[in-house]
Design a protein around this ligand. Sequence first.
Ligand code: ATP
Length: 365
Amino acid sequence: MDIILDGLTKTFTSKENTETIAVNNLCVTIPSGHLVGLLGPSGCGKSTTLFLLAGLHEPTSGKIYFGDEDVTALPPEKRGIGLVFQNYALYPHMTVYDNIAFPLRNSKSFRLSHPDAKERKAAIDDIVIRTAKIVAIEQLLTRKPAQLSGGQQQRVAIARAIAKQPKVLLLDEPLSNLDARLRIQTREEIRRIQQATGITTVFVTHDQEEAMSITDEIIVMKDGVVQQVAPPQETYVHPANAFVAQFMGNPPINFFDASISSGHVILNGDKAIRTTLPDGRYKVGIRPESFVPDEAGKDGVFHVDIGYKATVGRDFQVRFDLNGKYSEALIESDYEVSEGDTVFFSLKKSGVHIFDDQGVRIERW
Ligand code: ATP
């Protein structure tokens, strides 16, 4: 069941009558069974979009479809959604078992489809145990939330959300409260659980690496407006615009103003890379891994003075002034370089992007 957001807009009006357009004319299809990331900086409208999907906010305009069904006016409990928040929101006085069973016991439709109390209890037992197995917490069913780690609590919250067999799973920054190592483990778990259940899932995060590592597609947002909808690698390799190029990747892409002259991008006064674009000033983005140490005097080689060097895993991270902007490169550590050296670089074209004056990436150059 695809989810279709058709011209979805949410405007908040304050008491002083100032308007914030939190989500602006969102038109996106989330394919059935996919795990889709809603990604962007704080305040870009991710949570508002999720709350609109959940039915916790009413849109100012636009429609939401779950498959063929227009759910725009449906209350949350009628949408068939499972919600997981950052703070787990487990019932502290209940065991893990009861936390997972609670929504089923309270579901009118579940009671109607299982009218016999004994049979209903057996059905709940079956679902709780199956779900606990999926999220790998079957050993913890008799514990209370306070006796669990953060990662385990989040798995219980996910189990509770999927026990009702929702059509859509909505996760709002579910990993934010976990420490770095557990965050990585749990995000992989979320991917595994999502694939095991096949539930269409929307995952809100401000962390590009998190979105990159587990999603099928990423919706990148800025100021309530979608910037790009694409598979993770695509947003990195073919960013739609300068904002996406800057948001995806760590260390971030280097941006600066450069001139194009006689078929070459000029960097630090040297001809750096060929282009068919007409002469003029352009915004150029270069990924840190696109700098390749090369020999002086060759065509397409430019020079920089290294101001800083550090070892990052297998690579050297070096910083230098390029066209008046402090820039950063990642180079293989078998290349000998020290602070103060002049280094000659050529560029790998794959990580070099040119943008027009609106920040839109120029496809052919
Ligand atoms: P964060 O990562 O910080 O949670 P976000 O991308 O989820 O941010 P939203 O919470 O969706 O962003 O907020 C989008 C914009 O809408 C922000 O400018 C925010 O201040 C505003 N906003 C959100 N909820 C309300 C509300 N209930 N009333 C007024 N303005 C709101």
